[in-house]
Design a protein around this ligand. Sequence first.
Ligand SMILES: [Zn+2]
Length: 201
Amino acid sequence: MHFFRSPLVARILFPGGLWKGKDKNAVYLTFDDGPNPHVTPWVLELLKRQEIKATFFLVGNNIKQNPELVAKIESEGHRIGNHTMNHERGTKTKLDVYLNSVNEVDRLINSDLFRPPYGRISFWQFLKLLKNGKKIIFWSWLSYDFDNQISTEKIIEKAKKIKGGDILVFHDSEKSFSNLKGSIEKIICEIKAKNLSFKTL
Ligand SMILES: [Zn+2]
């Protein structure tokens, strides 16, 4: 099953998290798991050509390997956020290990935005990070670009339901690149045709 829309139960469990953006005349485009030397430059070119800004949730190990890409993302007017050091799944990681992972990324970049990998986070991890001043960003629409069982046509079809206020997730990772290349520009054009603008978080 593919849940393009985030399930209501998750929204109820984490009420202090952000599932939708405030501006109903805009959508919030986000890219997770980079920076990646192969995919991120392609995404940045696309965003420049389309004249839109996005938010990138970066994995610490990838930041360490590609610091120049982090600088490029920021210098081109996009926002960055913390996505843990090693893409840990919160529900399978001890509280202190998880918090250390987030702190380690905080030493590499400066951002109050945090997105839990897989959207999986324990209640205590969630509360502790909120208390530490993090804005915890989930999503309202997931592209499934990372899933090679899904066709780009299906992603484009599902994207027709995108509306104002939606937080959209794509990935600047190797395994998503084929679906990303095949779908995202078309999706951006359809969103623009609905007279919605693009904002960062
Ligand atoms: Zn991720």
